[in-house]
Design a protein around this ligand. Structure first.
Ligand code: HEC
Length: 218
């Protein structure tokens, strides 16, 4: 009688452990898959994977992984760029984006976007969205944004609109879609911003518009 009770208790504990362990293993495996490296554990410390899990951001393990990675890059960026420019905003978070980068992601004075055939731009944009050579760290836009990953609900709002990352890291109250492309270029992609008025920027912006439509319809 009491042995049976003990066994039940043990089983309950085991299954609880399994429930914690399995999603973490998935997270770590996905991380290894993305980077193509053999050593999963070193890539994403399981503590971080666990944290992503515990936070229950809850749209699947892949998203948790990409988020942990995004946070890593945000941190790395902060350290790399981190010279105190004496600007108050964002500094509370300890992430310093240089004044020149803050300026570089904003539409320049008298800016005219590249004009082209929308369907062609969209097709070019889709290629660029999947192109890891756009970044300096091996990421493509799609690494983070496949299946609508990592977008906040504010992505559904009409542009220009508030974006948490734009405010926190770049001190921007409102962000245009092409500015958002530039923000993701310099922050998570750790690259130079694209030339304002370039076909590449127009193409990525056009493709991001289709991303927004998909996100709204989801
Ligand atoms: C390392 C992960 C990562 C990569 C790579 C990345 N992004 Fe993002 N992106 C994010 C995160 C995180 C957010 C959410 C920002 C927020 O809402 O504060 C975001 C948000 C966005 C948004 C929506 C912003 C809004 O208006 O709500 C767009 C559009 C976008 N990214 C485009 C791109 C493009 C284009 C690229 C490639 C040039 C790219 N991203 C690469 C992490 C990434």
């Amino acid at each position: 009688m009491s042995t049976n009770k003990n066994r039940k208790e043990l089983l309950r504990k085991l299954s609880r452990n399994l429930m914690v362990t399995l999603p973490m293993m998935t997270v770590v495996t996905v991380a290894g898959f993305n980077t193509g490296s053999g050593s999963f554990v070193e890539l994403i410390p399981s503590a971080e994977a666990a944290q992503g899990e515990a936070e229950g951001e809850a749209k699947g393990e892949a998203e948790g992984e990409a988020k942990a990675e995004a946070e890593d890059f945000a941190k790395g960026e902060g350290e790399a760029e981190g010279h105190a420019e004496g600007e108050a905003e964002g500094e509370a978070e300890g992430e310093g984006v240089s004044a020149s980068l803050k300026k570089a992601v904003r539409r320049p004075e008298g800016y005219t976007p590249y004009q082209g055939n929308v369907a062609e731009l969209r097709a070019k944009g889709e290629k660029l969205f999947n192109d890891t050579s756009l970044s300096s760290n091996g990421l493509a836009c799609a690494t983070c944004h496949t299946n609508g990953m990592l977008y906040n609900p504010t992505f559904k709002d009409e542009y220009p609109h508030f974006v948490a990352m734009g405010k926190r890291d770049f001190g921007m109250d409102m962000v245009h879609l092409d500015e958002m492309v530039q923000i993701c270029m310099v922050a998570p992609m750790a690259a130079e911003p694209l030339e304002w008025g370039s076909e590449e920027l127009a193409a990525l912006t056009e493709y991001a518009r289709t991303e927004q439509k998909k996100f709204i319809d989801k």
